[in-house]
Design a protein around this ligand. Structure first.
Ligand code: SIN
Ligand code: FE2
Length: 193
């Protein structure tokens, strides 16, 4: 956990995320089980994470536009690289950045990030805007879960032996934040291949 690691660049990160969302708008994906997710998502980078009735996958194209995902902003790459290095993972070169937008009530159930071929490189997760409660479990779904408050600018990095830890986000509380209004934006960087 790198508290406030992205605090100084938070406003610019939010700005860049909004630019990505102009080219590839946020959308509510459907799970393989047929449920619509409460978190709105988009992506930038060489590939983007997707879910639909056929499963989860990474795709070089945005299915809504049929074109490539927006290029990862230089600021994103720089921040993710510095955070990964600080956590002991030098030379991080993420292929994908999933951008999550939470509004009041939106949540992410406990899950593992396991759609990536690279099983060692870290996930780098950057919190922007409204605070959230991050759920941090263990390697088995039934393991005890810690609740960690994430504020705008906090960065969480998990890789190596912690790569497949179960994690999630508790339902977002209503609020207003100077950078994001009534939302929390989360960037999660992944090395997919
Ligand atoms: C995720 O697990 O993909 C997102 C975590 C977060 O929003 O903090
Ligand atoms: Fe995740």
């Amino acid at each position: 956990m790198l508290r406030a690691f992205a605090f100084a660049s938070a406003a610019e990160l939010v700005d860049q995320a909004a630019r990505v969302a102009q080219a590839a708008p946020f959308r509510y994906l459907v799970t393989p089980g047929g449920f619509t997710m409460s978190v709105a998502m988009t992506n930038c980078g060489r590939v983007g994470w997707l879910s639909d009735r056929t499963g989860y996958r990474y795709d070089p194209l945005d299915p809504d536009s049929g074109t490539a995902w927006p290029v990862m902003p230089a600021l994103f790459l720089d921040l993710a690289g510095r955070a990964a290095a600080e956590a002991g993972f030098p030379n991080y070169d993420p292929d994908a950045c999933l951008i999550n937008r939470y509004t009041a009530g939106a949540k992410l159930g406990l899950h593992q990030d396991s759609d990536e071929k690279d099983a060692w490189s870290p996930i780098v997760s950057v919190s922007l805007g409204l605070p959230a409660v991050f759920l941090w479990g263990g390697k088995r779904r039934g393991d005890p879960v810690r609740r960690l408050r994430l504020e705008s600018g906090d960065v969480v990095v998990w890789g190596g032996p912690a790569r497949f830890v179960y994690h999630g986000v508790a339902p977002l509380k209503d609020g207003q934040h100077a950078l994001t209004g009534a939302a929390r934006i989360n960037l999660t960087f992944r090395k997919v291949f």
